[in-house]
Design a protein. Sequence first.
Length: 346
Amino acid sequence: MIVEQNVPLQAHNSFGIVAKARELVRVRSEDDVLALLADAQLAAKPKFVLGGGSNIVLTGDVRPLVLKVETLGRRVLEDGPRATIVEAGAGENWHETVAWTLAQGFGGLENLALIPGTVGASPVQNVGAYGVELQDRFESLDAIDLASGRVFTLDAAQCAFGYRDSVFKHEAVQEGDFGLSGRALILRVRFRLPKPWKPVLGYLDLERKMAETGIRTPSAQQIFDWVCAIRSAKLPDPRVIGNAGSFFKNPTVTLEQCSDIIAREPGIVHYRMADGSVKLAAGWLIDACGWKGKSVGNAGVYEKQALVLVNRGGATGGEVVTLARAIQTSVYERFGIRLEPEPVVV
């Protein structure tokens, strides 16, 4: 285990915000965590777990000890008649892992292609896109307790998945609570890819691709390619323009609330959910408030997708947060809806 001092984090957060970690440890196995916990001085320090940095906004140098997750490795654990179980280290790149599963001949994750970040971040955020959420393909994960060094396993129920939510995003307020934010580090994740494979196509952009190509029964690889093309056309590449992907969650309202909004805004984009609620398109709400293309300092709203906030060059975390709050205020004043950010502000 090596403790690095004053490590630049600009390359380790997808917004490209300039900041430093005062101290950083690269975690490549559970042994690195155990070595850290064996050091009384390091063990007593507050800790911040950092994966791919695709879902954070840094507002300054990070004071807690940064644990940079770099556990690697991919393997097929089981290839049975009903499902294939694959495992990947938490430090593996998410998109590359999706591509790897397809290269092995296993479909199931293709709708989640090109989502930025690491494998370890996928259950934290319960990532989702184009009709599939991580929880739909999740088997289990291994994590390590940052206090005791004990390695433990969680299944889907124990992860308490919700819309862009999990037990890893919540703190334990009192003894007995199961919130794991800041208390555990994910080491590896296992995915259950069902057999026989069935395409998930109930999404407007994918239906358009079927119409354009004339392909009515696409393969998993074709869906992967379509999703990559759709996302590339709509969303900026973080390697070129700093961003954290979709900045706000799509809000959910009751059918009555939606009807009231439709009466005033007939064009609002909305989706009926299985439980009777209605999900509204946050990007449409932001666009309707006139924010697309606008900026606050060097932070701006992407011209092609109002749901994405971008770093136009040299943006600070404070500028991103100021822009986000201004958007929230506009949407609430016009629609009476509070938008909830997806990224964590550090």
